[in-house]
Ligand binder design. Structure first.
Ligand SMILES: *Cc1c(COP(=O)(O)O)cnc(C)c1O
Length: 366
């Protein structure tokens, strides 16, 4: 994988400035633009465009190496990608063990509009082939199971069968994995997670090198009104400026933690794609440039899992992930099909020895 040039990204704005311009990105909080006469080529209205998003999208496009459109949440981006590509009579395939709200969207809304929805587990996603599917939605590694799919093989098979692929890349970010380079048609992501990184905003984006699809996605945003707020766009842009250092620290710490947790007697099971005996290791090595900052552990009982999460002073007991603060939660509380003592742990930016000490003390006390 060709890694994005994050140094170049940091100077994208600076290298286009005129004398006297602010170096930091201005936050443009306006619904109206001064627009006497013919509007040609000028910003028209706040639902159509905003200079703060436009620059954010320029930066995201650099990371994705593809045109990019932003949305007010990850689900806003996923909805846009799906509504722009399906119609009544379409057949779509989605993972049965990926992010559960994507399944809800398909089951509760798309199926009512005459779209037929098929689910398959991540680890057997290619079984049965892809004939007859118009859109194949992938997630790799899956949230929360951290199972992976062979993205290049699936991308090729779906294309040969005449379908289109959309991959949710939230867990890896474009610094860890670039599905478009692996042959996927459309990338969607929740930027609420590691991209923003400070647990203070919700946003999402769609990226694709297919201009027709991006036109439809832009039209969907303009017409549905699912537009990002300028302040969120500004915050996300600021978050992206430190993504490289945060992601680097988080992935390095996750590897150390995973290796130590694997040896700890309170841990019954661990999943981390960077452990050489993990079922995802081979695919992760082939497809990703880092092993990520998410890991899962299963403790002995639900009670022990709750005690651990709620007493460890360096774990925020919270849903969502990817922030500078490490966080953890029992996914069974949302109905994910996992062991009641299964904990998804998002490794943050704390210095590793401080973090490990807090985790070890809490595990030893169970
Ligand atoms: C969080 C998440 C989403 C949804 O993102 P929001 O910003 O919460 O709407 C989609 N996919 C995955 C894999 C996620 O983790």
């Amino acid at each position: 994988m060709k890694p994005p040039k994050t140094g170049e990204m940091l100077h994208l704005r600076g290298n286009a400035l005129n004398k006297g311009d602010p170096v930091a990105l201005p936050l443009t909080q306006s619904s109206m633009y001064h627009l006497p006469g013919a509007p040609d080529g000028h910003p028209t209205y706040g639902r159509v465009e905003n200079p703060t998003w436009v620059h954010l999208e320029h930066v995201l496009a650099h990371l994705e190496d593809a045109p990019c459109l932003t949305f007010p949440s990850g689900m806003g981006a996923i909805s846009a990608a799906l509504f722009a590509t399906v119609k009544a009579g379409s057949h779509i395939l989605i993972p049965s063990d990926g992010y559960y709200v994507t399944r809800l969207l398909a089951d509760r809304f798309l199926s009512n509009l005459g779209v037929s929805v098929t689910e398959r587990p991540t680890t057997a996603f290619a079984e049965g082939g892809f004939g007859g599917f118009d859109v194949v939605f992938l997630e790799s590694p899956s949230n929360p199971g951290l199972d992976m799919m062979d993205l290049p093989a699936i991308a090729t098979a779906v294309r040969t069968a005449g379908g289109l692929t959309i991959a949710d890349n939230t867990t890896m970010t474009p610094l860890g994995q670039r599905p478009l380079d692996l042959g996927i048609d459309v990338v969607v992501a929740s930027d609420t997670k590691a991209m923003g990184g400070h647990s203070d905003l919700l946003m999402g984006h769609v990226a694709s090198r297919n201009a027709q699809i991006m036109e439809r996605v832009e039209e969907w945003r303009r017409v549905s009104g699912a537009i990002p707020g300028p302040h969120e766009a500004w915050l996300l842009h600021r978050g992206l400026e430190t993504l490289d250092v945060r992601f680097d620290r988080m992935c390095a710490s996750a590897q150390v933690l995973a290796e130590r947790l694997a040896e700890h007697e309170a841990v019954k099971q661990i999943r981390y794609p960077g452990l050489s005996d993990d079922p995802s290791y081979a695919l992760a090595k082939a497809q990703t440039s880092r092993f990520g900052f998410l890991l899962s552990i299963t403790l002995e009982t639900e009670e022990k899992a709750e005690t651990f999460i709620n007493t460890c002073p360096m774990l925020r007991p919270a849903t969502s992930f990817g922030g500078v603060h490490s966080s953890a939660e029992r996914r069974a509380r949302w109905g994910d099909d996992v062991d009641p003592a299964f904990i998804r742990l998002s490794v943050g930016c704390e210095p590793i020895e401080e973090l490990w000490q807090a985790i070890e003390i809490s595990l030893n006390a169970l």
